[in-house]
Write a protein that binds this ligand. Structure first.
Ligand code: HSE
Length: 406
């Protein structure tokens, strides 16, 4: 019998219990052993819920029970999730999690503790919810040098941007509606300011590039500055605006950022709408690949956690994943990162042509009938620093969005 303890009976934790109970026979067949959830840890009571029978309020009951093989940490936040995970690993128990905040900040220490105790620390559900992405990076793509990871890694913001595109609505209105429907948190800043995808791209990059990427080093911009007017241009250009977490590794070094990008149908991420996530990975042998699916939600995320449970049940005393190197990746400084930019500026194209051409070279202007007395253009690829100093000299600039328009 493989015994599992689930820490935190919230959305994901209750989903993990549901997945294991619903698919118990199938999982038992796959691991060639029976499996059960022996404990659920939560501060709350759940009267009438079958989980009542296995509910405990004291973590020591779990960590001191030699029968517990696998601890599922679905508490969220860094503390006490870190201390509980560390104690479980040191007690020789495998740990898996959906907690991107914890993995991004303490993943290396936790994986090292797992290896020191011949157990596993797994975190498939921390990035892309139910989408398999960590395991493919560790296994199927292990013979490739990963050159780029770019993804829509946040369902809340993709829902908001999709609504703004189709309905022409303002950011604030769509956010309010998303909160009413439960897609966005009451405090939505982790999503809309880009902190959530920042942690996810840091984790994916650390796995892919095999060295620690510190999320604090990643330039991060959310979607709060995106307006209904930006989408008028997006529709005119047959483009979409997506919040990307992106990192690249070239001979020049490693670069990473989180920011909204304008993209067109040449991008595989163009048609990823609503709460869906998709992660594009480019390997030096594989070329382009895409991982698509539900990046959040109870059962999709629980499915990824339960996949880790199965993997760990098959490898209870055998550390499977390679630990990334603890030396930190020195990112290319933000001012040297290269992008193209979609720029809106006051005045007509004719009024702006000379100054824009002198600052940015020859560009193609777009004017839309809905927005009088302004125009837009897309620059060529330039460094962030070059763009910032040219933009300072551009009178009447309204906004800019990074562009990957073909
Ligand atoms: N708030 C996150 C999202 C949840 O919207 O994608 C999954 O990490």
């Amino acid at each position: 019998m493989v015994n599992v303890a689930v820490l935190g009976y919230g959305t994901v934790g209750s989903g993990v219990v549901e997945v294991i109970n619903t698919n118990r026979e199938l999982i038992a067949h796959n691991i060639k052993d029976d499996i059960q959830v022996k404990y659920v840890l939560d501060l709350r009571e759940f009267p009438g819920d079958p989980v009542e029978k296995i509910l405990v309020h004291d973590f020591d009951v779990i960590v001191n029970d030699p029968e517990v093989d696998i601890v599922v940490e679905t508490m969220g936040g860094v503390h006490p999730a870190l201390e509980f995970s560390m104690k479980a690993l040191e007690a020789g128990k495998n740990v898996c999690t959906s907690n991107k905040e914890l993995v991004a900040s303490h993943g290396y220490e936790l994986m090292s503790a797992a290896a020191a105790n011949n157990v596993n620390y797994m975190f498939e559900a921390s990035c892309g919810g139910g989408i398999p992405i960590i395991r493919p990076l560790y296994t199927s793509l292990a013979a490739d040098r990963i050159e780029e990871i770019t993804g829509i890694m946040n369902g809340t913001t993709n829902y908001i941007l999709t609504k703004m595109y189709y309905e022409g609505a303002d950011f604030a209105d769509v956010l309010r509606e998303a909160q009413e429907k439960g897609y966005a948190e009451k405090n939505p800043s982790a999503d809309i300011e880009g902190y959530d995808p920042c942690r996810k791209i840091a984790i994916l990059s650390s796995v892919a590039f095999d060295r620690q990427m510190d999320y604090n080093d990643i330039y991060t911009e959310g979607i709060t500055g995106i307006t209904a007017e930006d989408f008028i241009y997006a529709r005119a250009l047959n483009a979409r605006i997506r919040l990307f977490g992106t990192s690249t590794s070239t001979e020049e070094g490693v670069s990473a950022m989180v920011a909204p990008f304008m993209i067109d149908a040449s991008s595989p991420l163009y048609s990823v709408d609503d709460v869906f996530n998709a992660i594009f990975v480019k390997g030096n042998m594989l070329g382009d690949s895409m991982f698509y699916g539900r990046g959040a939600g109870k059962l999709p995320t629980a499915s990824a956690v339960a996949g880790d449970v199965v993997d760990m049940a098959r490898n209870l005393h055998n550390t499977v994943n390679k630990i990334w190197d603890s030396s930190k990746i020195e990112l290319i400084p933000h001012e040297y990162a290269k992008n193209a930019f979609f720029v809106r500026v006051k005045g007509s194209a004719d009024e702006n042509r000379d100054v824009v051409n002198s600052l940015f070279g020859k560009v193609v202007f777009t004017e839309v009938p809905e927005l009088v007395n302004e125009c837009a253009f897309v620059t060529g690829i330039m460094t962030e620093g070059e763009f910032a100093s040219a933009a300072e000299k551009l009178p009447g600039m309204i906004t800019r969005i990074r562009s990957r328009l073909a």
